[in-house]
Design a binder for this molecule. Structure first.
Ligand code: AMP
Length: 177
């Protein structure tokens, strides 16, 4: 039997702070059929298409994006938090609820004209994904899609990406934030 993805994701109320329901995918990843199914569903729309790189956003986007890149036989680009990458980087600031953070990629990780699929576990406001998109676009890479396991539609991140012309895939939607 194929497992129900939504049922395999653990909801942790008031984590990391009051009012937030943290959507924990470790319960999905630890389930062999669940992990396989989620990767298959992220890969399926892009099978047979020309994808040069998958860009996975730290940290859960690494687990999913690495598996997706392997299945699509393409390269993997880690999009990391500030100061973690050892070589020359470009960075992009983005707004959090309180303050500003920064994502970085290596300058030589995407070449002009390459096609890139962005992968993360969850899209909420879309600020993180938009910073990753911006970074890749600054290298001359072309975004072919943005894929997430979870969308929180009330926070309108997927809507923001679609308004900018990006193709957004999500497998599960949850109400609330
Ligand atoms: P955002 O930039 O608002 O779209 O937030 C997306 C990023 O924050 C992703 O990397 C998620 O892993 C993380 N995130 C935001 N909200 C949640 C949540 N409710 N549960 C788990 N992760 C979250």
């Amino acid at each position: 039997m194929t497992p129900d993805l939504a049922g395999l994701i653990r909801a942790i109320p008031n984590y990391p702070k009051p009012g937030i329901v943290f959507r924990d995918i470790t319960t999905l990843l630890v389930n062999p059929r669940g992990f396989r199914r989620v990767v298959d569903e992220l890969v399926q729309p892009f099978a047979g298409r020309r994808i040069d790189k998958v860009a996975g956003i730290e940290a859960r986007g690494f687990i999913l994006g690495g598996a997706v890149a392997h299945q699509l036989s393409c390269g993997f680009v880690p999009v990391r938090k500030k100061g973690k990458l050892p070589w020359d980087t470009i960075g992009q600031d983005y707004e959090l609820e309180y303050g500003i953070d920064r994502l970085e990629i290596h300058t030589d990780s995407v070449r002009a004209g390459e096609t890139v699929l962005v992968v993360d576990d969850l899209i909420a406001t879309g600020g993180t994904a938009l910073a990753a998109i911006r970074l890749i676009e600054r290298t001359g890479g072309r975004i072919v899609g943005c894929s997430f396991v979870i969308d929180l539609p009330e926070l309108k991140g997927a809507e923001r990406l679609r308004e900018r012309g990006h193709s957004v895939l999500s497998l599960v939607e949850f109400e609330g934030r």
